[in-house]
Design a protein around this ligand. Structure first.
Ligand code: URA
Ligand code: CA
Length: 435
C-alpha cells in the first residue's frame, strides 16, 4: 500500500494489514514518508482506533525501527518495570534494589523523558559522581555480579517512537490508547526484558483521567506483551494525589533512601510491595503476591535493600558517604507552605504540584530543556493525614530568581482540608491486570 492508501484506509475505518503498517513505519523512519502524511495517518488512527492485531504490528514495527537490546549475557529471567508517568513517583529507585536483593537480575535502561520531574537517569545523576553511561561489557558484568545496573537508553532505541511522539505532540494525537500502548511497549520490547511489569496511572496527574481508561490502556499493553511472547502484568494506581512525598530529582533519591530504610510514605509503600511482588513472581522468585510482599518487607527491615542500593551507587562511581547520613544537595532558596486551618487533608492536586515543580526547573516541558537536579517540592503531609493550622504542608526548593510567594500560594491551593475524613477513601492500587 502507498502511504496515501494507508491514510485513506484508516480514515475510512478499515483494518490495515500488518505488512502495510510495517512498511509505513519503516518508510517514515527512513524519511521516505513526509511528516504531513504521517500526521494525517496518526489523526486517522486517533479517530478510528486500531484492533489488537494492528496495535501489535505497530508496536513491533516501532520496536524494530532501531537497536534492540540482547540481554542474553545475563542469566535468569529478566524483568523490566515501567511507569506511565506520575508525580512523586520514586517507585523504581526503591523497587529495583529490593528485587535485586531478592535475586532478580535488574538490567535497566532508562530514558530521560519529558515530565514533571526528570526520569530515573536524571534522578540518579543528582548523586555526585554517578555514571549513567557504562560500556556493554561493564553493564553486563555489573548485572551478573551485583544483580543491578541502570544506564541511559541507547539514542537509537525505537527511533520511530521519537519521531512519531514529536508529531503527535504537535498534532493533538497523544491521547490515543493504541498509540500510547504501542509507544510504551515498543520501547519495552526493544529493551529486551523477558517479562514486563507496568504501573499504569490514572487520575488528575496522569495521561488517563479515569480508572476505566487506565484499565483499557493496561489491557491493550498486556495483550501486546503476550502477542510478543513477553508476559506483561499491569498494576493500576491512583495519581489523584502525589504518590510519594518528594517531587524533584535529588529529593526523590533521598525519598528512595528513606523508603529503603523503612521510612517510606504510606502511599508509596502501598505501590512498592505490589510492583515488587509482581516482579518477583514474573522472575520465578516468589510463588504468590503475598509471599513476594513478605520477602520485600524483610529486605527493608534487615537493611538488605538499602545495602544493595549503596553497592549499586558505588559500582557506578557515585558517592555513598551521604547515604543514611544527610540528604543530597538541595537548592538553598526555600519557601515553606503552612496549613491555614486544622483538619484532615482530603485532596492534594498532584497535577498542579507537578506543574509547579516542572516550572521550577525539576522537569522538562520540551526535550531540549535542562533539568535542575536540586529544586522541587518536599511534602510533609499526605492525602488523608491530619494537620494543625500553622503546620508545614510542604517546602519548596527553588532557583534564586523564583518567586517563592507566588509558587507557595499555588501550592497551598493544591491542598483541601475538611473537619472529617471522607467515609470512602480511594486506595492507591486500584487493580492488577493480568490479561
Ligand atoms: N509515554 C510514552 O512513552 N508514550 C506515550 O505515548 C505516552 C506516554
Ligand atoms: Ca517518572
Amino acid at each position: 500500500m502507498w502511504p496515501v492508501d494507508c491514510i485513506e484506509a484508516k480514515r475510512d475505518g478499515k483494518v490495515l494489514p500488518a505488512e502495510a503498517i510495517f512498511r509505513f513505519i519503516n518508510d517514515y523512519t527512513c524519511g521516505r514518508i513526509a511528516d504531513y502524511q504521517a500526521a494525517a495517518w496518526l489523526m486517522a488512527v486517533y479517530l478510528r482506533g486500531m484492533n489488537d492485531a494492528e496495535t501489535a504490528a505497530l508496536t513491533r514495527a516501532m520496536a524494530e525501527s532501531g537497536d534492540t537490546v540482547d540481554l542474553s549475557p545475563v542469566g535468569g529471567i529478566k524483568v523490566d518495570k515501567h511507569s506511565t508517568g506520575g508525580i512523586a513517583d520514586t517507585t523504581t529507585l526503591v523497587v529495583a534494589p529490593l528485587v535485586a536483593a531478592a535475586g532478580v537480575k535488574v538490567a535497566k535502561m532508562s530514558g530521560r523523558g519529558l515530565g514533571f520531574t526528570g526520569g530515573t537517569i536524571d534522578k540518579l545523576e543528582s548523586i555526585p559522581g554517578f555514571r549513567t553511561v557504562l560500556g556493554k561489557d561493564e553493564f553486563f558484568r555489573q548485572v551478573n555480579d551485583l544483580g543491578i545496573a541502570v544506564i541511559g537508553q541507547s539514542a537509537d532505541l525505537a527511533p520511530a517512537d521519537k519521531l512519531l511522539y514529536a508529531l503527535r505532540d504537535a498534532t493533538g494525537t497523544i491521547e490515543s490508547i493504541p498509540l500510547i500502548a504501542a509507544s510504551i511497549m515498543s520501547k519495552k520490547l526493544a529493551a529486551g526484558a523477558d517479562a514486563i511489569i507496568l504501573d499504569v496511572k490514572y487520575g488528575d496527574g496522569a495521561f488517563m483521567k479515569t480508572v476505566e481508561k487506565a484499565k483499557e490502556l493496561a489491557q491493550t499493553m498486556v495483550r501486546i506483551g503476550k502477542a510478543a511472547g513477553r508476559p506483561t502484568i499491569a498494576v493500576i494506581t491512583s495519581m489523584n494525589a502525589p504518590l510519594g512525598m518528594a517531587i524533584g530529582n535529588s529529593l526523590e533519591v533521598d525519598e528512595a533512601v528513606a523508603a529503603l530504610s523503612g521510612r517510606g510514605g504510606r502511599r508509596l509503600m502501598e505501590v512498592v510491595p505490589e510492583i515488587g511482588a509482581q516482579m518477583l513472581m514474573a522472575a520465578g522468585k516468589a510463588a504468590s503476591v503475598t509471599a513476594g510482599k513478605t520477602v520485600l518487607d524483610r529486605l527493608v527491615k534487615n537493611g538488605a535493600g538499602l545495602e544493595k542500593f549503596r553497592r549499586f551507587v558505588a559500582a557506578q562511581g557515585g558517592d555513598t558517604a551521604w547515604i543514611g547520613v544527610h540528604p543530597l544537595t538541595r537548592a538553598e532558596k526555600i519557601h515553606t507552605v503552612r496549613a491555614e486551618a486544622s483538619g484532615y487533608i482530603t485532596a492534594v492536586q498532584g497535577g498542579e504540584m507537578g506543574r509547579i515543580a516542572m516550572e521550577s526547573g525539576a522537569g522538562r516541558a520540551r526535550k531540549e530543556d535542562t533539568v535542575d537536579r536540586h529544586v522541587g517540592i518536599a511534602l510533609h503531609k499526605e492525602l488523608y493525614d491530619s494537620v494543625a493550622a500553622g503546620e508545614p504542608l510542604c517546602t519548596l526548593y527553588l532557583k534564586e530568581n523564583a518567586d517563592g510567594d507566588v509558587l507557595g500560594r499555588r501550592c497551598l491551593a493544591c491542598f483541601e482540608t475538611a473537619d472529617e475524613l471522607p467515609p470512602e477513601r480511594e486506595p492507591v492500587v486500584a487493580a492488577v491486570i493480568t490479561e
